[in-house]
Design a protein around this ligand. Structure first.
Ligand code: ADP
Ligand code: MG
Length: 372
């Protein structure tokens, strides 16, 4: 038998796939990327790039022939793709975990059945379901499509039943969750690296969103030790209930009454974990490689206070922003090599490490403002 190293398959070639591929290659691994977009960032550096749909039989056959393990950067791939691959190779996350976490309605049911607090919500799968909701008197709510949402897409704020009917009829979609709009004190997220027999929790990140898209992450999150313990307990419960292996990110709301609610679960690396590339000794991407290659779990510790700010396509509206090179060792610029900039599209991010959150945030804000 040849001992030539097989490839690792990455489904999805966006920025998360790109940063995973960079890290994996630096660790001596070879990566096969599958993505329907021929210009996707990770496709440009992959050892092998297959430009095809996630359901393409030939593509899946090639993966099964050439790879012994597969992962993903994206929850909106058909879970049946992972199910097919699972018959032949190892897949992290499992198709079952993907099936639950790619659908808000299944995800909420799962959380409810595990007794995990989440936002108050109603499921709407038909106009009959819709008509039963005319009793609601604690507006506003947020209407979210059950499937295929990201970065706030597929969501609208609803202030009364009439608006709900209009929004439901306008969209041409039938499956929704209608979620109570929470008065947010803070949003935080927990990235965890789930090895076969051990969970490594990365430091919790505090997240600031603008227009429902992550703008800034501050690490460590300014929350009480009690909140941190609750977040870790809930995360453990979710990971164990899903029997999860791979990287997971759990987004939390902390409301004005200090209730801690799960917002959503991402079965993959996460934008709010980008800080870990420079902020931690082991990043979320390194853990992903280590899980797939069955290496020993080791803790991720934070080097110092870290702030990450996203660079969206809006900054490219008139021309490419003027990135002035810096010789500072605590400032890091990442660009994802995307061909086309669009408003709201994630084009890159900056990370700043400093002695305190206040000083790191000040430097990061100043840098970001110089790009506007
Ligand atoms: P996505 O998949 O687009 O990230 P989310 O459900 O996480 O979808 O929503 C994006 C952002 O919108 C959240 O991070 C939060 O800032 C805001 N948001 C979503 N749902 C609610 C809610 N029920 N109450 C208050 N804010 C919300
Ligand atoms: Mg989210």
């Amino acid at each position: 038998m040849s001992n030539k190293k097989k490839l690792i398959a990455m489904l999805g070639g966006g920025q998360l796939g790109l940063m995973f591929t960079e890290k994996a290659q630096s660790m001596g691994e070879k990566i096969l990327v599958l993505d329907p977009d021929k210009n996707c960032p990770a496709g440009k550096i992959a050892n092998k790039f297959i430009n095809a749909e996630y359901t393409d039989k030939n593509a899946l056959q090639s993966i099964m022939n050439e790879c012994d393990v597969c992962t993903t950067e994206f929850e909106n791939i058909p879970y049946k793709t992972l199910k097919t691959l699972e018959n032949k190779i190892e897949v992290y996350p499992s198709s079952q975990s993907l099936k639950i976490t790619q659908n808000r309605s299944l995800e909420k049911k799962f959380l409810k059945s595990a007794n995990i607090p989440t936002t108050k919500y109603y499921e709407i799968n038909s106009s009959e379901d819709l008509n039963l909701l005319n009793h609601i008197n604690d507006w506003p709510y947020i209407l979210k499509t059950s499937a295929f949402g990201y970065d706030g897409k597929g969501q609208s704020v609803i202030n009364n039943f009439n608006d709900l009917v209009i929004a439901y009829n306008d969209a041409g979609v039938t499956n929704y969750v209608l979620e109570k709009k929470v008065k947010l004190y803070k949003e935080v997220s927990q990235v965890a690296a789930c090895y076969k027999n051990k969970i490594i929790f990365l430091p919790i990140s505090e997240n600031i969103h603008i227009n429902n898209i992550l703008h800034k992450s501050l690490v460590p999150a300014k929350i009480t030790l009690d909140s941190e313990n609750v977040i870790r307990d809930i995360s453990k419960k979710i990971i164990h209930s899903l029997n999860y292996e791979g990287i997971i990110c759990i987004e939390f709301f902390i409301d004005n009454d200090n209730n801690i609610l799960v917002n959503e679960i991402a079965p993959r690396t996460h934008n709010s974990g980008h800080y870990s590339i420079e902020g931690c000794d082991i990043s979320q991407f390194e853990h992903q490689v280590k899980i797939l290659t069955k290496q020993e779990p080791k803790c991720s510790s934070l080097k110092s206070s870290t702030v990450m700010i996203n660079l969206l396509g809006d900054l490219w509206l008139n021309s490419t922003p003027n990135f002035i090179p810096t010789d500072k060792e605590n400032i890091f610029l990442h660009l994802y090599n995307k061909d086309i900039a669009k408003p709201g599209r994630k084009m890159g991010h900056i990370t700043v490490i400093d002695k305190s959150i206040t000083s790191a945030e000040k430097i990061a804000d100043k840098l970001f403002n110089s790009l506007i």
